[in-house]
Design a protein around this ligand. Structure first.
Ligand SMILES: [Zn+2]
Ligand SMILES: [Zn+2]
Length: 90
């Protein structure tokens, strides 16, 4: 069985000690610490090539859409912005 293109979404809660407050995505795996659906959408989008839409230092939203799921706190978002949709790669 080939797992090369397999994407794995782990919803762990606080089971794993990761530093990110909501979750982390590396390669084809994302681990969700926050169990809220919006946060899981954010981490899952990373698996498909979508970048973070916030400044690493200030956490300010940089895509111009304050309701974008890729903002710092995805719980304050409610959709993927145009930029996010254009970044998705399967
Ligand atoms: Zn992110
Ligand atoms: Zn955005």
């Amino acid at each position: 069985m080939k797992l090369k293109n397999c994407k794995i979404v782990v919803v762990s809660g606080n089971k794993y000690h990761i530093s990110a407050p909501h979750g982390v995505a590396v390669g084809n795996v994302c681990i969700n610490r926050c169990l809220e659906e919006k946060s899981i959408w954010h981490e899952t989008a990373h698996l498909f090539g979508v970048s973070d839409h916030y400044d690493e230092n200030t956490h300010e939203t940089i895509c111009g859409d304050e309701k974008c799921f890729m903002r710092w706190n995805a719980l304050n978002g409610d959709h993927f912005c145009e930029k996010a949709l254009s970044e998705i790669a399967f």
